[in-house]
Design a protein. Structure first.
Length: 64
């Protein structure tokens, strides 16, 4: 019986896996902390991965 393993997740080519970044707005708040916003990658929606490529059925791999 063939074993089906899930395909490994692929790293997003747009962000190289660094899907979120804190971007400073300049200046500081009253407590002295930098004001930042979080920016997410639009391609992977902030996950750092994209869906795996479609896999061939096991029979097609054996036929090669």
């Amino acid at each position: 019986m063939p074993q089906h393993r899930p395909a490994p997740a692929r790293v997003c080519p747009s962000c190289d896996g660094f899907a979120s970044a804190a971007v400073t707005l300049g200046g500081r708040d009253r407590g002295g902390q930098r004001r930042t916003i979080t920016a997410h990658c639009h391609t992977c929606q902030g996950t750092g991965t994209i869906p795996p490529l479609r896999q061939l059925p096991d029979a097609a791999v054996i036929a090669r």
